[in-house]
Design a protein around this ligand. Structure first.
Ligand code: C2E
Ligand code: CA
Ligand code: CA
Length: 350
């Protein structure tokens, strides 16, 4: 019965967890365990191992240092996942990805100051698949590297073209900022620097208008290497923004050493912000922290006039959210007149 297997697994986990000394350093290890039972009528030993492996994988996904017992539902999920990876692999070749852009608004002037590039997957059978669903899978399978590279190239090429058109129409227009998300895997690529450089060279997009967004956890988990890599990127003149700020654990001493231009207050704080609320105080603290480190702040997920007003009062420089505009394709940006648009910040929209 599974109880026995579970008891043994617990015992193993507990034993492995006992700290030990290695060259004067105290070390702690953990293990993850997958369990498959013999009550399923298996034909081949490989199949038992495969299912145990699936359960092991689940254990790791659920935070490691634990065990999971295989069930049929896992099998189904694992098959769906494999299908998704196969589809993802084809999606690049079949050109099923598109980039949507969400405006970022200056809370000082109301001008659309730039855009964040957000990938969308037009699956031939499933329709539009959210990045929330496929980015983690792309990340885990390594496919994020070519996908992310494609987004960077596509977005820079598009915005480069648009900027040129705008300049031809209205003389000198200030450079449109473009924010592109970089995943942890991308960030740890040996040739990341060269890839960014190549895209800038190829598209002619001005480096100082490109902002690379890295999540707080990615930067902090690789803090030591991140400092060097970010400094190297900065030599290209690109800007660095820390995404989802406030959701992870930032070491303030590192934050100070990172050549970061901007902090992005995570949506979870912004969406639950009201006068005197705890989230408002968190936002206030992030703004103060950013300013004391000479960084600018953008708040994401702004959905109401009130939120925008509170953020303005806090001195937050930029806002992004459904209140102003949802992410949309280039056509729609044009149709909605979002290039060069100025919002009136003093009165509610509509
Ligand atoms: P993110 O980088 O935090 O992007 C912001 C997300 O918040 C976007 O979701 C955007 O549509 C959504 N959002 C913006 N304003 C509002 C609002 O007012 N209310 C609400 N409820 N949501 C709002 P999206 O496009 O689904 O992307 C989700 C995540 O997927 C992104 O979160 C990012 O982590 C990842 N992602 C998207 N595109 C890329 C990409 O090209 N590369 C990588 N590595 N990750 C990407
Ligand atoms: Ca982002
Ligand atoms: Ca974010």
């Amino acid at each position: 019965h599974y109880d026995d297997a579970a008891r043994i697994a617990d015992h193993l986990l507990g034993t492995v967890r006992i700290p030990f000394a290695l060259s004067g350093q105290e070390l702690v290890t953990t293990a993850s365990i997958g369990i498959a039972g013999s009550h399923i009528a298996y034909d081949k030993p490989e199949d038992v191992l495969r299912d145990a492996d699936t359960a092991l994988h689940r254990a790791k996904l659920r935070g490691k240092a634990r065990y999971e017992v295989f069930d049929q539902d896992m099998h189904l999920k694992a098959r769906q996942l494999m299908q998704l990876v196969t589809d993802l692999r084809l999606a690049i070749r079949n050109r099923e990805f598109v980039v949507h852009y969400q405006p970022i608004i200056s809370l000082k002037t109301g001008h659309v100051r730039g855009f964040e590039a957000l990938i969308r997957w037009m699956h031939p059978e499933r329709g539009m698949v959210s990045p929330v669903e496929f980015i983690p899978i792309a990340e885990e399978s390594g496919l994020i590297v070519p996908i992310g590279q494609w987004v960077l190239l596509e977005a820079c090429a598009t915005m480069s073209r648009v900027s040129r058109e705008l300049r031809e129409q209205s003389g000198d227009s200030p450079c449109l900022m473009l924010s592109v998300n970089l995943s942890g895997k991308q960030f740890s690529q040996e040739d990341m620097f060269d890839q960014v450089k190549r895209v800038l060279d190829e598209t002619g997009f001005p480096a100082q208008c490109l902002k690379l967004e890295l999540t707080e956890s990615v930067v902090m988990e690789n803090a030591q290497t991140a400092v060097a890599l970010l400094q190297r990127l900065k030599t290209l003149q690109v800007q660095i923004s820390i995404d989802d700020f406030g959701t992870g654990y930032s070491s303030l001493s590192y934050l100070q050493r990172f050549p970061v231009d901007m902090l992005k207050i995570d949506r979870s704080f912004v969406s639950r912000m009201s006068h005197g609320s705890e989230n408002m105080e968190i936002a206030r603290t992030i703004v103060a922290l950013a300013h004391s480190l000479d960084m600018k702040v953008v708040a994401e997920g702004v959905e109401t006039f009130e939120q925008a007003q509170l953020l303005r009062d806090l001195g937050c420089e930029y806002a992004q959210g459904y209140y102003y505009a949802k992410p949309m394709d280039l056509e729609a940006l044009r149709a909605n007149g979002l290039f060069g648009k100025q919002f009136n910040l003093d009165i509610p929209l509509e």
